[in-house]
Design a protein around this ligand. Structure first.
Ligand SMILES: Cc1cc2nc3c(=O)[nH]c(=O)nc-3n(C[C@H](O)[C@H](O)[C@H](O)COP(=O)(O)OP(=O)(O)OC[C@H]3O[C@@H](n4cnc5c(N)ncnc54)[C@H](O)[C@@H]3O)c2cc1C
Length: 257
C-alpha cells in the first residue's frame, strides 16, 4: 500500500506517538510505522495473563509527563488515568519492614525504627532534591540549545539557558554535577546511615540505568496517546518491516532488505 504522507514517524513508542499527534494536530498528514504488532513501545499495556488483566509490562510509573501535554492531547478523554502509587513498603529477611507513608509523623516513626538520625535526615534529603528539581525541572520542557552554534536563534537559546542557570550558586552547581554524574550510593550515604534507608532510597536512582547503586548514572499510559494521535488524523501501521539506518540516494531512510 503506498500513499503520500507529509511525515512518517518510525517507531510507535510513546515519544513517536506524541510527536505524531502534535504533527497531525498541526495539519500534517502523518503515519506512524511500528514494527511490533502493538504500539506503545516500552510504555505498552498488555494482557499476558489473559483478557481479564491489563498490565503495564515494562514502564509503570508516569514520572515526567508534562501536564500541558496531557491537556493539549486531551489524554483524559482518551482513557488516560493515573492510579496514585502507594507508599514504599520494603519487607526484610528478618521479618521487619520499612514503609514510607505520606503522613510525616508516621513516616518519621517508620524510619526511626531503623535510625533516629535517618529519621531526622529525611526532610533534609527531600529538600535537597526539591531544590535541584526546581532548577532542572523547567528545563525538561525547553528545546536544548545547540551549544557552539553562532546562529542568532541558537545564541538566543544559549542565552536563555545561561540566564536560567544563573539561579545556581557555586554550591548548587556542585550538587547538580554530583547528582548527574555520581552514583546514587554516593548521595544517599551522605544523608542516611541505616542499610534499610540506603537501600530504599537507592531504588529511584537505579531505574533505567542498567546499573547498581554504586555505578554512575507507566499505568497504561501509551494507549491514550495512541487514541489521541489517531483522533488527530494520524494513522498507525503496526508490524512494519524495520527501517534500516541506510539512506537512499535521495537522502531518505531506506527500507531494510
Ligand atoms: C523495564 C523498563 C521499565 C521502565 N519504567 C519506567 C517507568 O516506570 N516510568 C518512566 O517514566 N519510564 C520508564 N521506563 C523508560 C520508558 O519506558 C522509556 O523512556 C520510553 O518508553 C521511551 O519511549 P520511546 O518512544 O522513546 O521509545 P520506546 O518505548 O523504546 O519505543 C520505540 C518503538 O519503536 C519501535 N521501533 C524501533 N525501531 C524501529 C524500526 N526500525 N522500525 C519500526 N519500529 C521501530 C519499537 O518496536 C518500539 O515500539 C522504563 C523502561 C524500561 C525498559
Amino acid at each position: 500500500m503506498t500513499a503520500s504522507r507529509d511525515v512518517v514517524v518510525i517507531g510507535g513508542g510513546h515519544n513517536g506517538l506524541v510527536a505524531a499527534a502534535y504533527l497531525a494536530r498541526s495539519g500534517l498528514s502523518t503515519l506512524v510505522c511500528e514494527r511490533r504488532g502493538v504500539v506503545g513501545g516500552a510504555a505498552v499495556s498488555e494482557q499476558p495473563f489473559g483478557p481479564d488483566y491489563t498490565v503495564t509490562s515494562l514502564s509503570y510509573v508516569v514520572s515526567l509527563l508534562p501536564p500541558d501535554l496531557i491537556r493539549d492531547l486531551r489524554l483524559a478523554s482518551h482513557g488516560y488515568h493515573v492510579f496514585p502509587q502507594g507508599p514504599y513498603f520494603a519487607p526484610r529477611a528478618d521479618g521487619r519492614y520499612l514503609s514510607l507513608p505520606a503522613d510525616p509523623a508516621a513516616r518519621r516513626a517508620q524510619i526511626a525504627k531503623f535510625s533516629d538520625q535517618d529519621a531526622a535526615a529525611y526532610d533534609r534529603y527531600q529538600a535537597h532534591l526539591a531544590g535541584i528539581g526546581a532548577i532542572l525541572g523547567p528545563l525538561l520542557e525547553e528545546i536544548p540549545p545547540r551549544l557552539g552554534s553562532r546562529r542568532p536563534l541558537d545564541l538566543w537559546r544559549q542565552g536563555l539557558l545561561l540566564r536560567h542557570l544563573r539561579k545556581l550558586d557555586e554550591r548548587g552547581a556542585v550538587d547538580v554535577t554530583r547528582l548527574l554524574t555520581g552514583s546514587i550510593a554516593d548521595l544517599v550515604e551522605r544523608y542516611f546511615c541505616s542499610d534499610a534507608m540506603r537501600g530504599l532510597m537507592s531504588v529511584s536512582g537505579v531505574i533505567g540505568t542498567w546499573a547498581g547503586p554504586r555505578r554512575s548514572t507507566r499505568p497504561p499510559w501509551s494507549r491514550p496517546r495512541t487514541r489521541r494521535s489517531r483522533s488527530c488524523g494520524c494513522s498507525t501501521r503496526t508490524r512494519c518491516r524495520p527501517i534500516s539506518s541506510r539512506t537512499s540516494a535521495a537522502g531518505r531512510p531506506a527500507a531494510a532488505p
